[in-house]
Structure formats: structure tokens, C-alpha cells
Design a protein around this ligand. Structure first.
Ligand SMILES: NC(=O)c1ccc[n+]([C@@H]2O[C@H](COP(=O)([O-])OP(=O)(O)OC[C@H]3O[C@@H](n4cnc5c(N)ncnc54)[C@H](O)[C@@H]3O)[C@@H](O)[C@H]2O)c1
Length: 291
């Protein structure tokens, strides 16, 4: 199936960058959000990021103008009727996503591929609200979308092989590397594996085996980790890990390992949550654990 026109529902942090990526690669994009002011903000952000790309020599002024011209904003889902592929990037909430897919099912043609950018919600469950669940798939673009080459392509139980094939080809056309994953893997591939690694390191800090720096350094030197999982944990913030490590969610993958670690609880209560401008586990160790 040929994809020419792409719809993006929810133009926040991820949606706006996904819309930009498709436009930059020559697709016509219809971007939708809840109201005009959110849309305006998102379209301005696309324009500004592409302007910066010119300064960095990543795109010519002509190509930038063309890309910006490829994106049209709307607050009406009906304007996505002509799209060959629609990517949903609304809030990570099952009820909201189900409502969006149910609405898209009504306005889009039966052939339109409906994709969700969800990080962990189940694709088969989302697809259940549509008349044709075989056309529903997950496309988990990794952040930062501009530079990360990873897209986890999530197969629901009912996703057709034709839809999967089309999406793999599109992801490659965008210059990304698609990795196929079943939708029953909570945290998909990278987040699930990364979380397990971070939680083991947190346990090692808890046991005072060594400092966070040295545990990270061991992985960097021994296993060619680029910056160290705990360092990344501090940069991303605790919430990124919590979303995947909640005990009841981990039960879905048959593991109790994700139960919230006492050290993470202590850090949260003391405000060491990591993320922009916040102290994380490196500081917590220095301030409260090192004797
Ligand atoms: N933030 C990340 O690093 C990241 C990485 C990979 C995947 N994801 C996933 O991508 C999705 C979007 O995350 P985000 O961080 O961009 O969220 P966000 O809050 O930045 O953006 C969500 C956007 O969706 C809009 N929206 C909400 N309901 C809508 C509706 N019914 N119709 C149209 N628009 C609607 C909101 O107004 C907002 O602009 C989530 O499923 C998230 O799990 C996020």
C-alpha cells in the first residue's frame, strides 16, 4: 500500500516531532490537536526547529520551506479522512486512546492504517474499539525523534502482515530502523530491558556495593554503555522508570522484579526525582548514603 498523506493526532512533544519528520521526508501531513492555540504552538515549534536545522546545515532553506508547507493543522478529525496512515500521539491513557481510535474508525477509509505511538498500552486492546483491528499497529518512535534511529513497531495479535510490511517500509523510508515487538511485552523492547538494568543498579547502590558512578563506569568500560544507565536515569527522571516498573504492570510480563524499590521511594520523598534541573541518584548517594 502506498502512503502519501499522513495524519497525526495529538501534536504535543512527540506528535509535533513525528509530523515534522514525515513532512521533512516529503509526506503531506495533517496534524490535529484539541484546539487552535495548541496547534499554533505545535506548528510554530516545527518551524523553529527546522530553522535551527538550517543553521546547523542539516537542511536547505528551500527544503525547510517545503517541509513547513507540507503540514496542515486541524482541530477536526474529519480532515484526516483522506489520510493513508494516521499516527496517534495523544496522552498515555487507554480511555482517551480508545476514544480517538473509535472516532478515527468512523472518519477514515477502511484501508487507512491506524497507528499508536503508545509506549506501553496494549495495541490489541486499543484495536478492539475499531471495526477492523487488523489495520491497527504500534509505532513507538523513540525520543529524541530527530536523532534516535529506533522505532519499535508493535504488532497486535490481530495486526495483518500486510499492514506490518507497509509500516516497516515507511519507517525505513524515514531513515529509522524498525524493530518488531509483540504488544504483550510491557515496556516493549528497549524500555523493558533498560528498566531491568537500572533497577539492578539501584539495588547495587542500595547494597552499597559501589557508588553510582563506579557501577555506571563498569558498564561503560565493560559493556560499551555510552553514558551509564544510572546517569541516564538521572537525566530522564524517575517517572520514566516508574511508568514501567510499577508492580502490577510488571505482573503482565510475569515478573515481580519491577516492584518499586525502597531506594527509589526514599529518593522520591526527598525530592531527588532526577529530570531537568533536579537532583537524582548520583546526588542522593553523595548527600545521604556515602559515609
Ligand atoms: N514523551 C516521550 O518521551 C515519549 C516517547 C515515546 C512515546 N511517547 C508516547 O507518545 C504519546 C504522546 O506523548 P507526548 O509526550 O507527546 O504527550 P504530550 O502531552 O506532549 O502530547 C499529547 C498531545 O495530545 C493532545 N491531545 C490529547 N487528547 C487529544 C485528542 N482527543 N485529540 C487530539 N489531540 C489530543 C494534547 O493536547 C497534547 O498536545 C504517548 O502515548 C506517550 O506515551 C512519549
Amino acid at each position: 500500500m502506498e502512503i502519501k498523506q499522513v495524519g497525526v493526532v495529538g501534536c504535543g512533544f512527540m506528535g509535533s516531532r513525528i509530523a515534522q519528520l514525515f513532512a521533512k521526508n516529503g509526506f503531506t501531513v495533517v496534524a490535529s490537536d484539541l484546539n487552535d492555540s495548541l496547534l499554533k504552538k505545535s506548528l510554530n515549534a516545527i518551524n523553529n526547529r527546522l530553522k535551527k536545522d538550517i543553521e546547523k546545515g542539516k537542511i536547505t532553506a528551500n527544503k525547510k520551506e517545503k517541509a513547513v508547507g507540507q503540514v496542515r493543522g486541524t482541530v477536526n478529525l474529519k480532515d484526516l479522512a483522506e489520510c493513508d496512515l494516521v499516527i496517534e500521539a495523544v496522552f498515555e491513557n487507554m480511555d482517551i486512546k480508545k476514544q480517538v481510535f473509535s472516532d478515527l474508525d468512523k472518519v477514515c477509509s477502511p484501508e487507512t492504517i491506524l497507528a499508536s505511538n503508545t509506549s506501553q498500552l496494549n495495541i490489541t486492546e486499543i484495536a478492539g474499539v475499531t471495526k477492523n483491528p487488523s489495520r491497527v499497529i504500534g509505532t513507538h518512535f523513540f525520543a529524541p525523534v530527530q536523532t534516535s534511529t529506533l522505532v519499535e513497531v508493535v504488532e497486535g495479535t490481530l495486526t495483518s502482515s500486510e499492514v506490518l510490511k507497509t509500516i516497516l517500509a515507511i519507517v525505513r523510508k524515514l531513515g529509522k530502523e524498525p524493530l518488531v515487538c509483540k504488544d504483550f511485552s510491557f515496556g516493549l523492547l528497549a524500555n523493558r530491558a533498560f528498566t531491568a538494568m537500572v533497577l539492578e543498579e539501584v539495588q547495587m547502590v542500595w547494597e552499597r556495593v559501589a557508588s553510582p558512578e563506579d557501577i555506571d563506569k563498569a558498564l561503560c568500560l565493560g559493556y560499551r554503555e555510552p553514558i551509564g544507565p544510572l546517569k541516564l536515569f538521572d537525566v530522564l527522571g524517575i517517572w520514566q522508570i516508574l511508568a514501567i516498573s510499577e508492580a502490577d504492570k510488571m505482573k503482565e510480563v510475569g515478573s515481580e522484579k519491577g516492584r518499586l524499590h525502597p531506594l527509589i521511594k526514599m529518593m522520591m520523598r526527598a525530592g531527588y526525582t532526577g529530570g531537568e534541573g533536579k537532583k537524582g541518584i548520583y546526588d542522593f548517594y553523595k548527600d545521604h548514603m556515602k559515609d
